[in-house]
Design a protein around this ligand. Structure first.
Ligand SMILES: [Zn+2]
Length: 276
């Protein structure tokens, strides 16, 4: 159920059908090696969300790509907006989703560069009272099916880090939008880790230029090993994983209650049982 394709009366009905759950697929616009489209993460997040919502009903938010990507601003096509705008826009978007009656918002993230931004955004949900809950499934939530990790291990052929436009992402692209993937353009060897800050990274000390130090052309992995068949395997498991996540969120009646209790205690004025 794509939000933008529903009529207003259908939208009202859909809130009921979906148990008030909205999927907010999060991508970004950034270079993906030489061979994948700038909107790769957006396309993947949205397609996985739509396929899962077709199995376990949820409303899927329209395309959203204003997320964290400063590390790719030196390469063509990147849209990296100022961090305060990024945070405020995501919060305002969640506020609007909830104002429309969808009180459970699941962030469906397909962009590795959001790995610190989104958990931070989640903690900011306690900054001020609200009548909705934002859920962030992190990697272990998707990998909860042991067959997934094991099945991928059996298929993977590339060596080293497979992170950005590498074997996994290229496979997803070949399964979901093959007409936008240019296999001939995959640069041999360019996705190898440079290790220019390895003394720090091996000691688990992090700074902002670490990613650039390893992958200055914004390509990390060996996309040449990507195939549509591997992509289909990944898509099936990602969709199954998201279906499982949506069901868990639908069953969750505690988070909002606890969140409201927290804000009542914070205000220090009203007793249990009162709503905000
Ligand atoms: Zn990507």
């Amino acid at each position: 159920m794509k939000w933008e394709e529903l009529t207003a009366p259908q939208f009202v009905q859909a809130i009921e059908t979906c148990g008030g759950v909205c999927l907010l697929p999060l991508g970004v616009i950034e270079k993906h090696g030489e061979h994948m489209p700038l909107g790769t993460d957006l396309f993947i997040a949205r397609e996985i969300a739509c396929r899962a919502a077709a199995i376990e009903p949820a409303i899927v938010f329209p395309p959203y790509f204003f997320t964290q990507i400063f590390e790719a601003r030196h390469v063509p096509g990147t849209i990296g907006i100022e961090s305060r705008v990024m945070l405020d826009l995501l919060q305002a978007t969640c506020d609007e989703i909830a104002r429309n009656g969808l009180k459970k918002i699941i962030l469906v993230n397909a962009h590795g560069g959001n790995r610190y931004f989104l958990p931070h955004f989640i903690m900011l949900q306690l900054e001020r009272p609200k009548d909705y809950v934002v859920y962030l499934p992190t990697e272990p939530a998707w990998m909860a099916d042991p067959e997934f990790a094991q099945g991928w291990q059996e298929r993977v052929e590339s060596q080293g880090r497979d992170e950005h436009a590498g074997e996994m992402e290229t496979s997803l692209g070949l399964a979901l939008f093959p007409h936008l993937v240019d296999r001939q353009a995959i640069p041999a060897g360019e996705g190898a880790e440079r290790g220019r800050l390895k003394e720090l990274t091996q000691a688990h000390i992090y700074n902002a230029i670490e990613w650039y130090a390893d992958f200055p052309t914004h390509y990390a992995g060996q996309g040449e090993y990507g195939t549509a068949a591997k992509g289909e395997f990944l898509v099936d498991h990602l969709v199954e994983g998201l279906v499982r996540i949506i069901r868990l969120v639908k069953q969750d009646h505690h988070s909002l209650e606890l969140q409201q209790e927290f804000f009542r205690r914070l205000a220090g004025s009203s007793g249990p049982g009162e709503s905000l």
